[in-house]
Design a protein around this ligand. Sequence first.
Ligand code: SF4
Ligand code: SF4
Length: 172
Amino acid sequence: MSLVDPVIELGRGLWRTLSSMFERTVTYQYPEHKRTVRPRFRGRHVLKRYDNGLEKCIGCSLCAAACPSDAIFVEASENTDEHRFSPGERYASTYEINMLRCIFCGYCEDACPTEAIVLGDNYEMSYYTRKDAIYTKDMLIEPVSSVNQTTPQKTPTGVFTRSVPEMKDAKD
Ligand code: SF4
Ligand code: SF4
């Protein structure tokens, strides 16, 4: 190694530093700036509602059966027209997902007959304890737009008898 080599290396290093000062930054100033996710990104789950506020989930547990990491726990209870959460006979009285187990594969979404469970675009999940990683139904359910749409609802007799709606053009 000649004496000139370290000087050349130093010059190359300085040039790299100086030239990078004018490159477009790739750093996001999170949380002020949030990254836009891809359309098929699989983030935190959401339990969806119908337009009238009734819950799409009917407590069938197909999502729990399809989950390869046993992350979902569902307990169903009976609906009545006086005290209705979802169309059909049953609703999910308990719905929990253990996010520490979840691998965000989307099998639960695919298995759901009512398109109730959807992996959304929220990637902001953090917890200090294992217990906090269990997301309950209250945390997962979609918020309502007006107080009249909260569940349970009193519904007319014999109207909401179908658990699974007729879907003409089911989406991906
Ligand atoms: S995304 Fe996959 S691992 Fe996560 S709860 Fe759904 S089925 Fe289970
Ligand atoms: S989310 Fe879908 S598959 Fe899971 S219990 Fe509810 S209705 Fe059944």
